[in-house]
Design a binder for this molecule. Structure first.
Ligand SMILES: [Cu+2]
Length: 104
């Protein structure tokens, strides 16, 4: 039985992760003037949600590729990644905020 319990625990954990996945999948949170995660990798065609949890606006701007414009506090901007590639982006209001979107 001692050997079985880690397996059971792993299955329980995987189940919990699967339940939590829809909310967290393909999501970047803006919190503390930072993108979390700083680099996100998604499949081509995926819709990426950028959730602003800070009390002031941010942008998600990749010059020539995409630009959210200002995302107000508490709001979410969604971007459908139709083009494959690696896209570095910044917040135009806080240029030291940097993130990377990798579309496979
Ligand atoms: Cu910002």
């Amino acid at each position: 039985m001692r050997l079985a319990s880690p397996f059971v625990a792993a299955v329980a954990f995987a189940g919990a992760a699967a339940l939590a996945a829809p909310a967290a999948k393909d999501t970047v949170v803006m919190d503390g003037v930072a993108y979390q995660p700083a680099t996100i990798t998604v499949k081509r065609g995926a819709t990426v949600s950028f959730v602003n949890k800070d009390p002031y606006p941010h942008t998600v701007t990749s010059a020539g590729n995409f630009d959210s414009k200002e995302i107000a506090a508490g709001k979410t901007w969604k971007y459908t990644a139709k083009k494959a590639g690696r896209f570095d982006y910044i917040c135009t209001l806080h240029p030291n905020m940097k993130g990377t979107l990798v579309v496979e």
